[in-house]
Design a protein around this ligand. Structure first.
Ligand code: G3P
Length: 205
């Protein structure tokens, strides 16, 4: 329907707001796609040593995921948007982040945005994923590895918290697959021992 299309488009446009690029520009820093891993995300912004910029990136990219899902679930039903439509919005905001129309379709890996999306779907699910990421980050001190492990566990958490019948269970599986897939270069670096610790300057690629 037209309504569903409007909501999905809005979610995609919200996702396209790459906060790594926006915050860096606003703070007079280089485009995060030009250094480190080249990824426009909080982890890479932190490689500059600017903690505030990294925190704002994390917050902005996370909140936009939540906003897109919250908007669809609060306003949507008034316009006949069902759970499937809301689930599509959840994917659209993530795709917007990964392929932003405003920034030459060169977006991020979706970790912060996925956590925001999960908050919109179910706060307990988001907290479980976030706690996993934080715990792993504390233990291994590698952002990408922590994200990959948290991603793999998201469908497991979703199975128990949402149940396998939930539309959002399927959404969580897709999110996990897409976000892990975006970490291909990180997986190679992890396997060759070239991935860097959080806050360290990384190699390009
Ligand atoms: O948030 C993305 C993170 O998991 C990896 O980022 O810059 O190390 O490739 P990066």
């Amino acid at each position: 329907t037209t309504t569903a299309f409007a909501f999905v488009l809005a979610a995609y446009l919200i996702g396209s707001l790459s906060f790594a690029v926006i915050v860096s520009k606003a703070m007079g820093m280089a485009d995060p796609r030009s250094y480190g891993s080249g990824n426009p995300g909080a982890t890479n912004v932190l490689r500059t040593g600017k903690k505030l910029a990294a925190a704002l990136t994390l917050l902005g990219d996370g909140v936009k995921g939540w906003v897109a899902v919250a908007l669809a679930s609060w306003l949507g039903p008034r316009y006949g948007l069902g759970e499937q439509g809301i689930a599509l919005c959840a994917l659209a905001v993530l795709f917007g982040h990964m392929w932003p129309v405003f920034f030459g379709f060169k977006g991020g890996k979706g970790v912060a945005t996925a956590v925001g999306i999960l908050f919109g779907i179910n706060p307990w699910l988001a907290l479980a994923a976030l706690a996993t990421w934080l715990f792993m980050a504390f233990v291994v001190k590698i952002s990408s590895l922590s994200a990959i492990i948290a991603c793999v566990l998201v469908p497991v958490y979703a199975f128990f918290i949402l149940g396998p019948q939930s539309v959002y269970f399927g959404t969580c599986i897709i999110i996990a697959i897409v976000v892990v897939h975006r970490h291909k270069s990180n997986l190679i670096k992890l396997m060759t021992g070239k991935e860097d610790k959080i806050g360290n300057k990384g190699d390009a690629g």
